[in-house]
Each structure stands twice: as structure tokens, then as C-alpha cells.
Design a protein around this ligand. Sequence first.
Ligand code: ADP
Ligand code: TRP
Length: 325
Amino acid sequence: MNKKRVLSGLQPSGKLHIGNYFGAIKQYVDLQQYGNEVFYFVANYHAMTSISNKQELEQNSIDIVLDLLALGLKPEESSIFMQSHIPEVCELAWLLSTVTPMSLLEKCHSYKDKLAKGILPMHGLFAYPVLMAADILIYGSEIVPVGKDQKQHLEVTRDIAVKFNMTYDKDVFKLPEPFIVQELAVVPGTDGQKMSKSYHNTIEIFMAEKKLRKTINKIVTDSKAVEEVKAPETCNVYALLKLFLDEAELQIWDARYRNGGMGYGEAKKALFEAMMDKFGYARKKREELKNNMDYINDVLKAGAENAKQAASVVLDNARSAAGIL
Ligand code: ADP
Ligand code: TRP
């Protein structure tokens, strides 16, 4: 892959789960290679659309930085920063909103889904994709690793960028591409629906060991007895095991399902062990980072400096194209 500018953001709206890991963070970590220029931020302005408690927002925002560093983001390779440390993004969001048709935002699934869940139709929620477009465009991002549910927001971003470039007859913005790994696009939750904080079906990456075991034991399966033959392709536990095991290990489990004589409890135990194995190092590292807040603040400061530099180039271009004195 050619060297690219990569950017993504995560909302600090709760504890990270394995859907977030496989759908987004794993790609963040991988994309740090190849000499890419990489920006990752904590979308705390966006999280205000769902959190209105000061302590909760502050704590979640720091927690997510600890999580990301523990899971393999490297400050030497990525600029890691807080969205709000670059308030210029809010200015760009305004410039973009002046060329954004209402109809473009009205068709956004995530807005409609949230209203359907009873969330009040605030302007911030409606304008969410415009701020997200500003996040992406202000850094001249080319590749945006996200889960499948964010694909439409990337399309909206491209539409807004084209509209602005056409309105002012100048190529101010680059058109970003989403980076979605298809087979990881939707990780199922403990109930088999898409894993999501809002469905209360998550398996958190950094859950205490005992709670993790309990949560895995709650994964919904059919009620086939131990001796019965089972179908791995329709089993939630197997779908999750697939994320952690290699081909050879999977074949063994596949056979155990199909031969009968295996209870779901055994597959759940294997899933617990695979998770502890995969995230064991990250768990230890997170504990260390928690006690080193000076380091965390330094990382955020350096990240924001890089981000600010990149943002000011694009914002100045956009202001000047539009005739903002
Ligand atoms: P949640 O649905 O739990 O609130 P977010 O919307 O904060 O999760 O998602 C953060 C990132 O993780 C996004 O890029 C999203 O696409 C990805 N993601 C979230 N849940 C899943 C899932 N179940 N499978 C794959 N990717 C996911
Ligand atoms: N909307 C994204 C989510 O919920 C978070 C986000 C905000 C984002 N700004 C972004 C993701 C810019 C990628 C790029 O997951």
C-alpha cells in the first residue's frame, strides 16, 4: 500500500467491546505500518449527543486513550489526540453546514435509528455527520478505518466535500475512502444481534475476569444437549470464537460441533481463554498506563500539536475559498 493519511475517531460513550476492537481498533493498529501518516482521536464533542454528565464524559475520554494505547496504538507512529483540543473542527463544521442540504442529513440511518430508540431530536444529533465530515476533511484524510455502520457517514462526508469544492470551484478537500474489513464488519453480541453498547449485549475488552466469564456464559445458544450434533454456522459462540482462533484450531472446533458430545459450556470456556490470551498483554499494559497520567497527557499534547498543524492548512484554504476574511 502507498503511504496514506489515515484518520479515525472513537466516541468516548462507554466501555470498549470486542465489536469495537475487531470492527475498528484492530485496523487502527494495523494501519500504523507502511509509513502511513496516522491520526486517531477521541470524539468527545460527538459524545455530547449522548452523554450530559461532566464526570462521565471526562472519565470515558481518558479511559479510551488508555484502552487505545494498551491495545497497540503507538504515539511514535500515530498522532493520538482529543477532538476538543482542535476546536478548529467546529469552525469547519459551520462552513460545511452552509453547503449541506437538509435532505442529505435526513436520510442518515444512524439519526433515524436514534430517534426510533426514543432519543430526542436535538440539532447536535442531526448535525452529527457534518461535524464528522469536518473531522475527516480538516486533516486531509485519505483512508478512514471504521465499522460498516459508519459507511453512510463517509458517503455523506464525500458528498459534502464535493459540494464545497464545486460551490467555490476549488479543490479544497480530498475525498476520503472508508476502510472496512468485510468479514469483521459486524461482530455479533451475546444475544446474536450486532454487538453494541446500546443493545446491552457487549463483551467488554477490559472487563474484570470474573465478570468476563459470567458474560461469556450468558451468550445465547440453542438448547441442544451435550450428546447432540450441533451447527457451528448458526452458533453465536462459534461466531465469536472465529475471531480469535486460527484456521487449524477452528477446524477442530468445527468437528467437535458436528460430531456431538460437546456442550456449549466447553466452547464458552474456550472463548474465555482465547480472550484472556489475546488481550492479556493489553490488560497488563493498561494497568501500568493508568498510573502514569503524565505520560498520557504528554501523548495527547504531542498528538494535538501535529493535528493542529495539519488542520490549519486545510481550514485556511476553506476560509479563503469561501471569502471568510
Ligand atoms: P456502539 O455501537 O457500541 O455504540 P460505536 O458506535 O461507538 O459502538 O462504534 C465505534 C467503532 O466500532 C465504529 O467504527 C463501529 O463501526 C465499530 N463497531 C461497533 N460495533 C461493532 C460491531 N458489532 N461489529 C463491528 N464493528 C463495530
Ligand atoms: N461516528 C463515529 C462512531 O460513532 C465516530 C467518529 C466521529 C468518527 N468522527 C469521526 C469516525 C471521524 C471516523 C472519522 O463510531
